[in-house]
Design a protein around this ligand. Structure first.
Ligand code: PGA
Length: 249
């Protein structure tokens, strides 16, 4: 039995006082679900240290939303994985489809970022997923294979690597794949990571894309779904905790 992880990706929302208040809300409800699932919030970088302070001593881990592939240097506006760790992060998301799209991030770059995360002692959440055009063309599993082959670094192990399957067309749209489609994707991912991640059978595979308190139970019950990466519904403590409750029950 793999312990589920419910991760909140706040994206470019909830900084400053809003971020601290959201963290307080999540922290206040965490004890109730923490015996059965792990909780993580990934706030904007400017509030990461403050959120980590709020959540210190709670069951909620804190993560970054991205890191640079280098450990330091002339990279204006970027953050090294070790800086996130120093600010209180134990995880970092890499290769989110919004970064792949907005910043042209390739599989090779995502792989380098994940390696940097590991080098800083962070757990890397590597995101993969097909576009709607790719799904319509019947390319989903092939796209996932390519992203897995290209984005997972040497040295990845179940203890330091999480894979998040996020169909691009399901993110922020209120649309989700059917449970059969999620099951097929996750079974394929489990098989494909066998040679890329040590102890691959133990690695956590998250589903992400329009997860909410209404659909979480069904999605989290799918074989090889070991938690969720939640965007919009993580911006309210009550809905995030409700998703976690469903993972825990
Ligand atoms: P969403 O975002 O839950 O708002 O669809 C998920 C994500 O992008 O991680």
């Amino acid at each position: 039995m793999i312990r589920p992880l419910i991760a909140g990706n706040w994206k470019m929302n909830a900084a400053g006082a809003d971020g601290r208040a959201l963290a307080e809300g999540v922290g206040a409800g965490a004890a109730e679900v923490a015996s059965a699932c792990d909780l993580l919030v990934c706030p904007p970088a400017v509030v990461l240290a403050a959120v980590a302070d709020v959540l210190a001593g709670s069951a909620v881990a804190v993560g970054g939303q991205d890191c640079h592939e280098a450990s330091s240097g002339a990279h204006t506006g970027d953050l090294a994985a070790a800086m996130l760790a120093e600010a209180g992060a134990s995880f970092v998301i890499v290769g989110h489809s919004e970064r792949r799209a907005d910043h042209g991030e390739s599989d090779g770059l995502v792989q380098a970022k994940a390696a940097a995360a590991h080098g800083a002692g962070l757990n890397a959440i590597i995101c993969i997923g097909e576009t709607e055009a790719q799904r319509d063309a019947g390319e989903t599993l092939g796209v996932l294979s390519g992203q897995i082959a290209g984005s997972i670094p040497e040295g990845a192990a179940a203890a330091n690597t999480v894979i998040a399957y996020e169909p691009v067309w399901a993110i922020g749209t209120g649309r989700t794949p059917t449970v059969d489609e999620v099951a097929a994707a996750h079974a394929h991912i489990r098989e494909q990571i066998e040679t890329k991640i040590a102890e691959a059978g133990e690695a956590r595979l998250l589903y992400g894309g329009s997860v909410n308190p209404k659909n979480a139970r069904e999605l989290l019950a799918v074989d090889n779904v070991n938690g969720a990466l939640v965007g919009g519904a993580s911006l309210e403590a009550a809905s995030f905790l409700e998703i976690a409750r469903q993972a825990a029950s």
